[in-house]
Design a protein around this ligand. Structure first.
Ligand code: GTP
Ligand code: MG
Length: 359
C-alpha cells in the first residue's frame, strides 16, 4: 500500500526544500516516490522546482486540498496508475489549517484500502515561530492564528533551518514547543545540511499515529488570516542577448523586496524560479529584504522561463502593480518579457469538502 505523508506548515517554513531533499534520499533507498503540490492558482514555482528531482509531480491547483478533496484524490489515483509509488509526499498550501479534520481523518476513513496515512507533520521556521510565541512580529493577528492552529493540530512539529541557529537556541525553542503542545512530537532538522532529516523521515514512515488532534477552528478568523494576503502567480517568457539570468533574478528580487520594505508590508513568501534549459535559479523572500536567498544558477543565455509566486499582506491589485513596476524596472531595454499568465487574487472563504469532528 502507498504511504502518504502530508508536510504542512506556514508559508516559507521549508516544506518544498524538505520534499526536494527527501525525494533524493528515498530514491537512494530504492523507493518510488510521487509528489503533490497545491495552490489556489496555476503556475507554481514549487512544481517547477520539484520537477528537477525527476520524480513525478502532480499539481492540484485552483483550490486547496481541503476544499478540493476530489482533486487531491484524483491526483493520488493518477500517481498510483502512472508510477505505483511506494510513497507520496503532499505539500498543502502554507496558509491552510484544519488538515487533521479535513484531510487526514477523512482519508484514513475513505481511502484506507489505497493509502496508509503518516502522522501530520507541520514545519515551523524558528524565526517566525519565536515571533508567534513571543507575540512579536509583523504578521496580521489572524495569520498568526493560522500558524498556532497548524501547530496545535499537528502530530509532529518539526523545527526547520537548524543550520542557522545554535544548538542552545534550538533546544530552548523545542522546550517551549513541548510545553505549549505537550501532545505533539517535537523534532528538528536542516534540509540544507541533512541533519535530522532521516530521523524525521523514519518516524513519519513508521508511526501509525495520524490525525490525533482535531481542534476547534474559528473559520471567520481563519478566512481573515488568508484574505489579508494578496496572492500573485505569474509565468513569463524572457528573452535578450546573452543575458546573465542570475543577475536579472537578483536585481528583480531586490527591487521587489525593497518595495515591500518601504511599505512595511508583511511578506508571507515570494518565490521565483528562472529556468534556462536545464539550468535554474530559485529565489526566496520570507520577510524583509535581509531574508532574500538564492540557490543554484540559471547561467547566461538568450531566453528563459520565469515563474513567480508572491503572498504578501496587501491587496492583490496593489501587489500586481508592484510586480509589474519591478519587472519593468529590471528588464528595461535589455530583456523582453512576455507575460504568459498572471493571476492576482485574495484567497476565498475556506469551505472544506469534508470535515470530521471525531477521529
Ligand atoms: N538555511 C536554510 N534555509 C532553508 C532550509 N529549508 C528551507 N530553507 C529556505 O527557506 C525558504 C523557504 O523554503 P521553501 O521550502 O520554499 O518553503 P515552503 O514551506 O515550501 O513555502 P511555501 O510553499 O510558500 O508555503 C527558502 O529560501 C529555502 O531555501 C534549511 O534547512 N536551511
Ligand atoms: Mg513550498
Amino acid at each position: 500500500m502507498t504511504r502518504l505523508i502530508f508536510v504542512g506548515g506556514f508559508l516559507g517554513a521549508g516544506k518544498t526544500t524538505l520534499l526536494y531533499e527527501v525525494t533524493r534520499i528515498l530514491k537512494d533507498r530504492g523507493k518510488t516516490v510521487g509528489l503533490i503540490t497545491n495552490d489556489q492558482a496555476a503556475d507554481l514555482a514549487d512544481t517547477s522546482l520539484l520537477e528537477h528531482t525527476f520524480v513525478k509531480v502532480a499539481e492540484v491547483s485552483g483550490s486547496c486540498f481541503c476544499c478540493d478533496f476530489k482533486g487531491l484524490r484524483k491526483a493520488i489515483d493518477n500517481l498510483g496508475k502512472d508510477i505505483k509509488p511506494d510513497i507520496i509526499i503532499a505539500e498543502p498550501v502554507g496558509s491552510c489549517t484544519d488538515l487533521s479534520a479535513t484531510l487526514i481523518n477523512p482519508m484514513k476513513d475513505m481511502m484506507k484500502t489505497e493509502v496508509s496515512v503518516s502522522p501530520l507533520t507541520v514545519l515551523a521556521d524558528p524565526r517566525r515561530l519565536t515571533e508567534i510565541l513571543d507575540g512579536t512580529g509583523d504578521l496580521h493577528p489572524s495569520a498568526a492564528y493560522i500558524i498556532k492552529k497548524q501547530l496545535e493540530e499537528s502530530d509532529i512539529i518539526v523545527l526547520t533551518k537548524t543550520d542557522l541557529y545554535s544548538e542552545d537556541e534550538i533546544g530552548t525553542l523545542s522546550d517551549r514547543l513541548k510545553n505549549s503542545f505537550p501532545e505533539c512530537e517535537v523534532m528538528s532538522l536542516s534540509a540544507k545540511t541533512g541533519e535530522g532529516v532521516d530521523a524525521w523521515l523514519d518516524f513519519a514512515l513508521t508511526s501509525e499515529e495520524a490525525g490525533k488532534h482535531i481542534v476547534e477552528i474559528d473559520y471567520d478568523r481563519y478566512a481573515e488570516g488568508e484574505a489579508v494576503l494578496g496572492w500573485l502567480n505569474c509565468s513569463a517568457s524572457l528573452s535578450g542577448s546573452n543575458v546573465d539570468w542570475d543577475s536579472f533574478t537578483r536585481s528583480f528580487m531586490e527591487d521587489f523586496a525593497s518595495k515591500f520594505d518601504s511599505k512595511k508590508s508583511s511578506v508571507g513568501h515570494v518565490k521565483m524560479m528562472v529556468e534556462n534549459g536545464d539550468q535554474y535559479i530559485s529565489a526566496n523572500l520570507t520577510g524583509r529584504s535581509d531574508t532574500l536567498t538564492y540557490r543554484w544558477s540559471a547561467g547566461t543565455g538568450d531566453s528563459s522561463e520565469m515563474i513567480l509566486n508572491a503572498r504578501v499582506e496587501m491587496s492583490p491589485e496593489e501587489l500586481e502593480k508592484i510586480f509589474k513596476d519591478s519587472l519593468e524596472a529590471t528588464t528595461k531595454s535589455h530583456i523582453k518579457s512576455r507575460i504568459r499568465r498572471l493571476r492576482s487574487i485574495s484567497p476565498g472563504y475556506p469551505n472544506p469538502t469534508y470535515r470530521y469532528t471525531k477521529k
